[in-house]
Every structure is written in C-alpha cells, then in structure tokens.
Design a protein around this ligand. Structure first.
Ligand code: SAH
Length: 361
C-alpha cells in the first residue's frame, strides 16, 4: 500500500497554482482545485470519501493518483508554561514543531529542514548537522496537524488559543530550502489556504544573502534576521555563515528586501542572542546601534538557552536590561524574548528532533 502511495501525489505538496494544474491535468475544471483547498484548509477534511461535493468518479480518479498524507506524530510533550512540542517522523528523520500560547495569541514555530547545515555553535540543531530539506507537505503538514489538534482538544473541552502567528524558527534554515518554502508561504497566506495575514508570518534566517535578494519582491512576509553579533569578528566566531556573507552584505540584502516589502510595517526584526562576555557589553551595544542606524528594525534580545556540552553561558538578566536600555535610549524598539518551553527542550535552539540518548552533542 505504502509503496503504491509513494508514486502518488500528496495534495499537501501543492499550492493553489499547482493544485489548479493538477486538476486540469485530470481533465477537471479549475474550480475543483478551489473545492479541494477548501476541504483541506477550511474544513480540515482529508478523507476523499467525505468530500460530498465531488462525484464518485472524481473521487475514484483522485484515489488513483493522489493521497492527502500528514506527517506521523511520534510524541507530544507539554511544558509547565503551556508550550507544547510535537515530534514528527518523516521517513527516518525526526522533526519538531512548537506551539507557544500567550494571553491573547498563540505562535506556532515550524521546522523547514531535518537538522541544519549552518553549524552556529550556540545552537543544538546546528550541532546536529544536516539531513535533508523537508517537503512542502511535511512543512504544511505540521501546521495542519496542530490546527486540527487544537480543534480536537476543543471537542474534549480542552481549550487552546487558536494559532495567530506562524514563525519559521524551528529546525533548519528556511532560505536553504527555498524551493519548498515559497509554496509553503503561498499556502499559509493564500485566502484559499490557511489564510494568515502576511504580518503574522515570520521567516527567520541566519542570513543567506543571495536567497534574501531572490525573495525580495516575490515574497512579502515578516523577516527576522539572526544577527547575534555587532561585528564580523564575533559573528565569524559564532556563525560560520558570516565568513561567506558578512554583516555588510547582509545589511544590504535586508535593505533591498525592505524596499520591496510592506509586511510588518516595513521593518525587520533583528534577533540578538545574549551570550555572557561574548557580545553583551555596553561597547557591543554601542557598535550594534551604529550598525543598525539606517535599518528600519526592531531588536529582539534572546536570552541564550543552554544546550548540552556548550561552553557558552547566558548573560545575566541585569546585563540584558542594561544592554536593552542602551539601545532604547538610542531610539530603537527593543524586546526581550521570553523563554518558553525550556523544561521540554522546546525553546529556541534546543530542537534536535531526536531522543537525547541518540545524540552526542
Ligand atoms: N536558521 C534560522 C531559524 C532557526 S532558529 C535562523 O538562524 O534564523 C531560530 C532562532 O533561535 C535563531 O535566531 C537562532 O539563532 C536562535 N537560537 C539558536 N540556538 C539558540 C539557543 N541555544 N538559545 C537561544 N536562541 C537560539
């Protein structure tokens, strides 16, 4: 059965344009594609038999050539703070997705790759190494699964806040999986798909400059940049990608992206991890303020989350506040990211998608 499925098209791999092509190739009208998107993304129905506005002949045709196949969830872990982490099994790879509820919103953090190739040395995923790009269906499936799960919980009177924001900040570097990330974004913001506002969808990147330039003007969602350092010396040390695309190149590509984007009021989020005695002094804050002087941005300071076998330490709360106040006095909007889900290894940079015993980091 599975073998047969392998050759079939998974409809979760198709954005609206590809869905239309698919139905046209079946000899069907374009509106069938819209109907199918409605079943999948509005009614959360993935069973052809239950799609009552499709004829039996069409259902038969569909079953012959396609499937709607979700990722297989292998584990669900709940944190004391309400964060939930799901682990999915894709073939042989484990990948994680994190749901982070807050008072008036809930953010879903999705993964774009199994592992990561970038080797940022403060990040657990980076230490894991890279396995492969996730397919569109494997990324879309994470969102579909969680929205459906929230609905199921509701039926059992366990109310979770609906997802309001989606962030591509899970495992992997989304811009190194551009081929699949572009249709994923289409489906997330398409009114026939999940229908999220472009302001509520954020792609976080370590700074793949050619990809940022490539998506400029083609994709318009909020962009977050993992800058983490105020100069190339420090950035080279903690993020090897900086030796390929340095800070100057990165800032130019951000300006280019912003010149063609209206999402998030035309500003980029600069992520800055706080590492004790590495990048957290007042002189670093000063350097950072000069660097970002001409970039419309908001700065998100991220207290570093401990990972196994790392020599880094997180800056003290006092130091983070002093750093933040310095930048605020210079006129920047600064927020400090709350640590969520660290008791279940679901916080930023802690996703490894394997059982701890399997990993040697
Ligand atoms: N590859 C993308 C998305 C991955 S992670 C990127 O680099 O942006 C999302 C954020 O968590 C990034 O800013 C990443 O640098 C940060 N991060 C990684 N390890 C962390 C850790 N141990 N503690 C806090 N943040 C971490």
């Amino acid at each position: 059965m599975l073998k047969k499925n392998k050759k079939k098209i998974n409809l979760l791999d198709l954005n609206l344009k590809k869905m239309i092509d698919f139905f046209l190739q079946l000899g069907e009208k374009k509106f069938r594609a819209i109907q199918m998107m409605e079943w999948i993304y509005k009614k959360y129905c993935i069973n052809f038999n239950k799609m009552h506005n499709l004829s039996n002949i069409l259902k038969h045709k569909l079953k012959n050539v396609s499937v709607i196949q979700l990722p297989q969830c292998s584990e669900e872990k709940k944190s004391n703070d309400g964060t939930i982490k799901w682990k999915f099994l894709f073939n042989t790879e484990f990948v994680e997705t994190v749901y982070i509820p807050e008072k008036n919103r809930a953010t879903l953090c999705i993964s774009s790759q199994a592992g990561c190739a970038l080797k940022c040395n403060f990040c657990a995923t980076g230490k894991l190494g890279y396995t492969r790009n996730l397919l569109v269906s494997e990324i879309i499936g994470q969102i579909w699964f969680v929205i459906n799960k929230i609905h199921q919980f509701k039926l059992k009177n366990y109310i979770l806040h609906p997802i309001t924001n989606i962030v591509m900040m899970g495992m992997g570097e989304p811009l190194l999986n551009l081929r699949n990330i572009i249709p994923v974004i289409d489906i997330i913001i398409d009114k026939n798909g999940f229908n999220f506002s472009k302001n509520k969808v954020t792609l976080s990147t370590a700074g793949i400059v050619p990809a940022i330039n490539k998506i400029a003007g083609k994709i318009d969602i909020s962009l977050a940049i993992s800058l983490h350092a105020p100069n190339d010396n420090i950035r080279d040390m903690i993020m090897p990608i900086n030796k390929v695309y340095n800070i100057n190149m990165l800032l130019l590509s951000i300006k280019n992206y912003l010149s063609k984007s209206t999402a998030n009021r035309g500003i980029v989020t600069i992520e800055y991890i706080m590492l004790l005695n590495i990048n957290d002094s007042i002189s670093h804050a000063k350097e950072l303020s000069v660097l970002l002087k001409n970039i419309p941005c908001k700065i998100n300071l991220i207290p570093w989350n401990p990972i196994k076998n790392s020599f880094y330490q997180c800056s003290s709360y006092e130091k983070i506040i002093i750093f933040s106040n310095y930048l605020k006095n210079k006129g920047f909007i600064v927020t400090i990211r709350k640590n969520r889900g660290s008791d279940i290894d679901a916080a930023c940079g802690q996703l490894i998608g394997k059982n701890i015993s399997q990993v040697n980091i």
